[in-house]
Design a protein around this ligand. Structure first.
Ligand code: AMP
Length: 137
């Protein structure tokens, strides 16, 4: 399917919508999920326009996963996470709600995850968690 450049993450990338950012370079952005499934739920997205993992250029995928690892290490350190769930939903049939490819990093157990994209988190708490993660990067 053609990439929809009006999706929420495309707007965040263009600076048209706010985000609580923890990491950014010329190819990748990492920011806090506003409806976290656990404290510290972070999203890592490539800047290239791709809807699903299958659409993503392999070189962009390779670079993005390196940043996923970097951010995961920061979450582990900053939040003393004992485990991190890495989740990637490709396609509405898998539950993907934002059509720009992204990787979820959720410091939690798969058995304890909150509901997906349902409940808005406390913005001040999310900002404080973001500061901790940023400091550990
Ligand atoms: P997915 O369903 O895999 O496409 O995941 C999309 C994620 O984006 C969900 O976990 C939502 O909570 C999250 N989300 C939606 N809108 C925003 C936003 N404006 N800023 C940060 N996260 C968002």
């Amino acid at each position: 399917m053609a990439y929809d450049d009006q999706n929420i993450f495309a707007k965040i990338l263009r600076g048209e919508l706010p985000a609580i950012k923890v990491y950014e370079d010329d190819q990748v952005l990492a920011f806090m999920d506003i409806m976290p499934q656990a404290d510290g739920h972070t999203l890592v997205i490539p800047k290239s326009p791709a809807e699903t993992l299958m659409d993503l250029d392999p070189k962009a995928a390779t670079y993005t996963i390196q940043i996923v690892q970097k951010v995961a290490k920061a979450i582990e350190k900053a939040l003393d996470a004992k485990g991190i769930v890495l989740m990637q939903l490709s396609g509405a049939a898998a539950g993907q709600t934002v059509p720009h490819v992204h990787f979820h990093l959720i410091p939690s157990s798969v058995h304890d995850l909150g509901k997906h994209a349902v409940q808005m988190g406390d913005q001040e708490k999310i900002k404080a968690l973001a500061e901790k993660i940023k400091a550990a990067l």
